[in-house]
Design a protein around this ligand. Structure first.
Ligand SMILES: Nc1nc2c(ncn2[C@@H]2O[C@H](COP(=O)(O)OP(=O)(O)OP(=O)(O)O)[C@@H](O)[C@H]2O)c(=O)[nH]1
Ligand SMILES: [Mg+2]
Length: 306
C-alpha cells in the first residue's frame, strides 16, 4: 500500500468541541479543552494514524465576530488553517443549534458566518454535528438537512467527540481523503508543540477551568524558564498575566489557595506528559496591554496585524 498523508482543518464556532475532537482522533491530549469559549488561540497540530494514512489534524481557534486584536488574529489563523488543508471538517454544536441561551444564539450566528465563508472561498467541507449525546435523535435530522441544503458540505457525520460515538467512521473517511504523500511525522509522534508552549497551555487550561466565570477577558500564560536538571527533573517557571489589578486576587484565591490548586493540577499533568518530575513555580502579573503586545503574537505564531 502507498503511504498517504495530509492536513485536516477542524473549524467551527467557539466551544463546538474542536479540541475535544482533535484529541479524540489523535488518541492523546494535544490541545487544551475548557467550557470557556475561545480557549484555543492558535492552530494546534495533532497527528492521527489510520492504517497507511497519516492525518495531521489542525485544531483551530473558534470563528466568531472579532472585536479585539487578539480575536481578529485568532479568526484569521482559523481560516488560514482551512486554506492550507486537504480536507475541512466543520464541527457544529448540535445542542447550541437547538438551544435558546444567548451563547446558543451567538453560536448559530457564527455557524452562518462560517457557511458564508466557505461559500465565498468556494470550499466544500465535511459537516460534523457534534454533541449528539446531548440532543434528541429526531432533532439531528432537521439540523443536518437545513445545513446540508446550504450546498457547502460534501457529507454529514453525527458524532460525539466526548463519548467517541461516530468518531471512528469520520476518521476512516478522513483517511481516504488524504493524498498520496510520505508521512510528515514519525508514526509515534502525536504533537509538535514546543515543550515551553505546551507547558504554558496546560497551565492556562487549569486557570480557565478554575476561574472562568470571574475572568471574562482571559489571561495569558508565559513560560519564563524551562530548565532540565541533572537529576532528570525539570524546573518550570511561568507567569500568569491578567489584565486588571482586580483579577490578581481572583487568580490567587484566599490565602493563595486558587493559585496553589492551579499549580498542583498543572504540575500533575505535566509530569505525565513530560514523563518526569516537574518543579513548577507560578507567578501572577498584571499587564493591561498584554493582548496588544507584538511579542505575544510572535510567541504563539499569530499575526499581529490581522
Ligand atoms: N456533551 C458534550 N460536550 C462536549 C462534546 N465535545 C466537547 N464538549 C464540551 O464542550 C466544551 C468545549 O469543548 P472544546 O473542545 O474546548 O471546544 P472548542 O471548539 O475547541 O472551543 P474553542 O477552543 O474555545 O473554540 C467542553 O466543555 C467540552 O467538554 C460532546 O460531544 N458532547
Ligand atoms: Mg479549542
Amino acid at each position: 500500500m502507498t503511504a498517504r498523508a495530509g492536513f485536516v482543518a477542524v473549524i467551527g464556532a467557539p466551544n463546538a468541541g474542536k479540541s475535544t475532537l482533535t484529541n479524540r482522533l489523535v488518541g492523546a491530549k494535544v490541545s487544551i479543552v475548557t467550557q470557556k469559549v475561545q480557549t484555543t488561540r492558535f492552530p494546534v497540530r495533532g497527528v492521527a494514524m489510520a492504517g497507511e494514512a497519516q492525518i495531521v489534524l489542525v485544531d483551530t481557534p473558534g470563528i466568531f465576530q472579532p472585536r479585539r486584536r487578539l480575536d481578529r488574529a485568532m479568526v484569521r489563523a482559523a481560516w488560514g488553517g482551512a486554506d492550507e488543508a486537504d480536507a475541512i471538517v466543520h464541527l457544529v454544536d448540535a445542542a447550541a443549534e437547538l438551544g435558546d441561551k444567548p451563547a446558543d444564539k451567538k453560536a448559530r450566528i457564527d455557524v452562518e458566518t462560517i457557511v458564508e465563508g466557505l461559500k465565498g472561498a468556494g470550499k466544500q467541507a465535511i459537516l460534523a454535528l457534534n454533541k449528539v449525546d446531548a440532543v434528541k435523535r429526531e432533532a439531528l435530522l432537521d439540523i443536518s438537512k437545513r445545513l446540508f441544503d446550504t450546498g457547502v458540505y460534501s457529507e454529514v457525520f453525527m458524532i460525539s467527540a466526548a463519548t467517541g460515538s461516530g468518531v471512528e467512521d469520520l476518521k476512516k473517511r478522513l483517511a481516504e481523503l488524504m493524498p498520496e504523500n510520505p508521512w510528515f511525522y514519525p508514526e509515534d509522534q502525536t504533537a509538535d508543540l514546543p515543550a515551553r508552549l505546551l507547558a504554558a497551555e496546560i497551565t492556562r487550561e487549569k486557570v480557565y477551568l478554575r476561574v472562568h466565570e470571574e475572568l471574562p477577558y482571559s489571561a495569558a500564560v508565559e513560560t519564563t524558564k524551562f530548565e532540565e536538571r541533572q537529576d532528570g527533573s525539570v524546573r518550570i517557571e511561568q507567569t500568569i498575566v491578567v489584565e486588571r489589578d482586580s483579577q490578581r486576587p481572583i487568580v490567587l484565591g484566599k490565602g493563595g489557595q486558587t493559585l496553589k490548586w492551579i499549580g498542583q493540577k498543572s504540575r500533575e499533568e505535566l509530569e505525565v506528559i513530560l514523563d518526569r518530575k516537574v518543579h513548577l513555580f507560578l507567578h501572577v502579573a498584571v499587564d493591561e496591554k498584554w493582548a496588544d503586545k507584538k511579542e505575544f503574537y510572535g510567541s504563539i505564531g499569530l499575526e499581529y496585524d490581522s
